[in-house]
Design a protein around this ligand. Sequence first.
Ligand SMILES: Nc1ncnc2c1ncn2[C@@H]1O[C@H](COP(=O)(O)OP(=O)(O)O)[C@@H](O)[C@H]1O
Ligand SMILES: [Mg+2]
Length: 324
Amino acid sequence: MIHIDKNNTYSILSSVQVAAKVVKNLQPEDYKLLRVFAFGLEHHETLTRHQLAGYSKLHEDIVDYRLKGLQEMNLINKSNRGFTILNAGLDTFALKILAEKNIISGIGKPIGVGKESDVYEAITDRLKERAIKFFRIGRISFREATKKRSFALKEHDKIHHWLLVNISAAKKELDMLQRLKNTGISLPLPLYRAMHCIAMNRINGVRLASVKDLEQPSTVLQNILFSIGIAYKNQIIHSDLSEYNVLVGQTSGDTWIIDWPQAVATDHPNARYLIKRDVFNIVRFFNRRFAVGKNLDDALRDVLNSSSSCATTTKNSAAPKLST
Ligand SMILES: Nc1ncnc2c1ncn2[C@@H]1O[C@H](COP(=O)(O)OP(=O)(O)O)[C@@H](O)[C@H]1O
Ligand SMILES: [Mg+2]
């Protein structure tokens, strides 16, 4: 676990990679510029030195000097149109925000590297354990783009596009977790979003996919179906449910449903298909791995019925506005 100094410099380890190597050398002026890049993303694909000086209120000479340094650290990129923030630049800025807001004081090893995210362990100054999820949708495109020393115009556009997609996915997942947190479903407690990262409490569990033995598999399955039912009653369908998005407590057998950015509302045109797919994925897995012999259609009916008779109420009872 590496300490993060929220005032100025901090040093972090491991594969929030480029960011981790360089953050300890960054100065307040660097963060001012990263802030301008990060908050300007929505309106600017690139920024000129003149715009950067204007928005940051730094002298153009200082801007030139700092931009050179940020480029050398691979946090930003220069093209003939101006400067663009890269993934590592956004990681660095997000970590700075999380440290400043006292959400974390140190970040450690990766605890989950998925296709669309990197999840790291982190700690607060009161030694509470956190999980930080960095969204990496479009990662392959980033890799291809950042391999090249100079980018074609197209690559810039792609990076800019994916950074916005990741910020938006982080917003969406935080929103889903917040809507569901008081409903009785077991899921990570959402804490904060910084750009394309969300901070959650860290769950002490393993992926259901890697569990070979369960003491009471039928009960565990019922609990998961119950959670799906509660979400459905709250007009939310996870839409990517499988043994990879359920964590299981190693000794308790408790379950948590994770990874909610692709959730849809129950009035989505494909709602029926998506809820069925979620339920069938989980039930098929339990039948295959633990031979529980649960009938797929019965399970779906249980979910839909439990959701209509479920007594759980939520503080967020307004119908969720989800993308359809
Ligand atoms: N709150 C958490 N506590 C502990 N581990 C987590 C937490 N959230 C995610 N993980 C780990 O990170 C992995 C990837 O997270 P997930 O949200 O499923 O993202 P992806 O979209 O990449 O699949 C999970 O399989 C799990 O191992
Ligand atoms: Mg996942």
